[in-house]
Design a protein around this ligand. Structure first.
Ligand SMILES: NC(=O)c1ccc[n+]([C@@H]2O[C@H](COP(=O)([O-])OP(=O)(O)OC[C@H]3O[C@@H](n4cnc5c(N)ncnc54)[C@H](OP(=O)(O)O)[C@@H]3O)[C@@H](O)[C@H]2O)c1
Length: 305
């Protein structure tokens, strides 16, 4: 029988990939979007426009659609705005909503997968395993940490990810790097911010694979290699045939960001391999493979602003 899957945030960068993979697997896919409309290429999914944070909406969606599983990719991702102008939305969406979804799903025996962030750690003592004690440095990080704790209490499967990239115009860092390289301009990239860059398509695949697990479960679902933004930009240049010499080391101390970022947030991924038998490739492997798609997205005039 076809699995009936509900994807929240289905028009987001990773959500789109979940919908695409689930359709290719022959699942019956329901997906929500809010402001950003879903792409035409995914019209085989059943799309619903909804703000999905209120308990009444959550109950209505579950009662009417009766999904067997929910993959939740919706989030408030404006890290700096969480410090002030977006604090309320940040809290509602990242801290409160996952616990509500997890509880309502658990009452009905529905699997629920939600995504957190490497920012729950402060980057002072890497590498981090799932059981290490978090120390969030920003309001965004606190909101996601509360979200993961509440979701886990209600039996969810929680995947922590980092620096998600894709051939989607909303992958800002990647787009900026590629455009500058293509124009022969220097790319100043931080040597002091380390993470495990994660390919959206691989994260989406893992979120679907994770439906096999029994919750509660917390897994690091990040690319297998931890690197600085500087190394990431160099890997992009190398894989796409641009001059690596254009990538120049810079320090995050040179720019002012409202929210504090962890410096060396390297995550261990052994548990992902052990529980699901998968690894998320490094950008060194991925970028070459999707180089054509990336050039089409970032170097064509159709790119979203
Ligand atoms: N991107 C990263 O580097 C990164 C790093 C660590 C963790 N993560 C986590 O990974 C997951 C996927 O991230 P992503 O970058 O793929 O997300 P994304 O592209 O920012 O998409 C998030 C989606 O959620 C929707 N949304 C937000 N609030 C909503 C609400 N209240 N009701 C309904 N829809 C709502 C947004 O719709 P509208 O745009 O239409 O409002 C958007 O389509 C998230 O949990 C994120 O926190 C991402």
């Amino acid at each position: 029988m076809k699995m009936k899957l509900l994807v929240l945030g289905g028009a987001g960068v990773t959500g789109k990939r979940v919908v695409e993979i689930a359709l290719n697997k022959g699942m019956e896919v329901y997906a929500t979007y809010r402001h950003t409309p879903p792409p035409k290429s995914l019209r085989d999914a059943n799309w619903l426009k909804a703000d999905v944070d209120e308990i009444d909406t959550i109950r209505k969606l579950l009662n009417e659609l009766k999904p067997e599983a929910v993959i939740d990719m919706h989030a408030y991702n404006k890290v700096d705005d969480c410090e002030d102008v977006g604090r309320e939305d940040c809290w509602r969406t990242n801290a409160m909503s996952p616990g509500l979804w997890a509880r309502e799903c658990s009452k009905k025996g529905i699997k629920y997968v939600w995504v957190s962030t490497d920012f729950v750690f402060d980057g002072e003592n890497p590498p981090y395993a799932e059981g290490d004690v978090p120390r969030p440095l920003s309001q965004y990080a606190v909101s996601k940490l509360v979200g993961e704790q509440r979701a886990l209490l209600e039996g969810a499967i929680v995947l922590r990810t980092a620096v998600v990239y894709d051939s989607d115009p909303r992958s800002k860092f990647l787009g900026w790097v590629i455009r500058r390289l293509a124009e022969g301009k220097e790319v100043p990239a931080f040597v002091d911010q380390w993470n495990n860059p994660t390919w959206a398509k691989a994260l989406a695949q893992v979120s679907i694979e994770a439906l096999r697990l029994e919750g509660p479960k917390l897994l690091h679902a990040v690319g297998k290699e931890c690197m600085s933004r500087y190394e990431f930009a160099k890997a992009v240049a190398r894989a796409m045939g641009y001059s690596e010499n254009l990538v120049k080391p810079s320090c995050s101390c040179e720019i002012k960001q409202k929210a504090r970022r962890p410096k060396r947030n390297c995550l261990l991924t052994e548990k992902l391999k052990e529980k699901l038998g998968v690894e998320i490739p490094s950008p060194r492997e991925v970028i070459k493979e999707i180089s054509k798609e990336l050039k089409e997205t970032y170097l064509s005039s159709n790119e979203l602003s």
